[in-house]
Design a protein around this ligand. Structure first.
Ligand SMILES: [Zn+2]
Length: 88
């Protein structure tokens, strides 16, 4: 594999090592999140910007997951309600 920065993860991606501890991450954004949460006092301006960007990206993904989970629950609820209503 080349040494380019991955935008998506596979098992072949080079791991990203935290310079302050022994943890390794497959995604650069995971490393940025770890560095912001575990080593927040030692971040450079660039690392802090990467942490903020990774955090915003993760919050957006979490918001989408919650909406999808809510939609699935509503769909299942009304599905069972319709099955129940027509089985009487
Ligand atoms: Zn670390």
């Amino acid at each position: 594999m080349s040494g380019t920065t991955p935008t998506d993860t596979t098992d072949d991606d080079p791991p990203h090592d935290c310079p302050d501890c022994d943890r390794r991450f497959h995604r650069e954004s995971y490393l940025a999140l770890h560095r912001g949460q575990a080593h927040g006092d030692e971040l450079t301006d660039g690392e802090r910007a990467a942490y903020e960007a990774a955090r915003e990206e993760e919050e957006e993904e979490l918001r989408m997951f919650r909406l999808q989970a809510l939609a699935a629950l509503v769909f299942i609820y009304f599905g069972f309600l319709l099955v129940y209503a027509f089985s009487l």
